[in-house]
Design a protein around this ligand. Sequence first.
Ligand code: PMP
Length: 402
Amino acid sequence: MTAPVSPRPGAPSRRAFLDHNATSPLRPEARAAMLDALTEPGNASSVHTDGRAARARLEQARTEVAGLAGAQKTGVVFTSGATEANALILHPELDIAGRPVTCDVLLISAVEHPSILRGHRFPADRVEVLPVDAAGRIDLDALDEALTRHAGQGRRALLSLMLANNETGVIQPVAEAARRAQAHGAVVHCDAVQAAGRLPLDIYALGVDFLTFSSHKIGGPQGAGALVARHADSRARIALIGGGGQERGRRAGTENIAAVAGYGAAARASGADLARESVRLKGLRDRLEQEIVRQLQGTQIVGADAERLPNTSCVIFAGVKAETLVIALDLAHVSVSAGSACSSGKVGPSHVLAAMGYAGDAASGAIRLSLGWSSSEEDVDLALAALGRAVPQLQNRPVRAA
Ligand code: PMP
């Protein structure tokens, strides 16, 4: 979907939004569910009719979000987003299926989202970063070595490995890594923010203990997310936010019913047409990539040979500064992100591309184009036309006829 903007002479009159990995526009179903919820006064902890209506919305959303990963609704804890869910679970003291477990060390891959890289409630000297290969996938031999070394010294690990990378879309071998980790008694968490609603997910097939989700990457509202446990009695023993007994004592504070209702509706909508949508988005994404490579010299698709999300394209344009290209595309009414810039307009070298072995120069010309439920052929046409004008100009080359 392209959004109307006030036209400038000579400029296209609509915008193409190709930044779904930063945030996906609110789905109409989510908006309707939120507006509905906002008309009701109840606090989900109140026993009266209004409170029970709010509780019913909350529990319906819990079922819908659990459905994204074939999980039990009792495993879902709603949070303010994926950052909070990650911060909640990255703690050494856990309960796994009701049994207390202490994790002595946190193992993460070098391409995790910054909300994982921080290590949260693990002391910095107990966080070990594992390398990735040239496609950005965790080095399973390095994982085996770390697991064996720590187990040999009597240390249990918590492994946190993302399912799909937010910058490149590259998919990690999570099920295999989880199998190896659990053979050493480790606990496994997976940040599945970018994979949810884009890939079929099954928490049992993945074999992980916990998954992190975010509402706004699937067309729900910003400011909502979830930590999903495979077992209802698995949790971080010490809550991040204490107080009332909401979320079965796992996350205190009156629930944001409208946001959670919108999240649930987005989860249902994204799950309902996942198979059809992933074929459609892959078609759009492949056309975008093929035309970019055909029309523009010196372009490279990051992770092209790896298994990737169907919606994500990370493209390196030789001799171009990504920040300048993002601005040029913006002026041409096309929204994309530079490198890792998915928070606070931050630009700078991408730790993901660096970990994959891209030198500073190549990585500084990387932009991310990411599609989603609202994306259309027209968006792809607009982006291709804008790139076809901007890239040669920034490379000081003649602009080719379309
Ligand atoms: N993990 C990944 C992989 C992400 O892409 C993001 C969002 N950029 C987050 C976590 C944080 O999500 P939220 O905005 O819901 O805090």
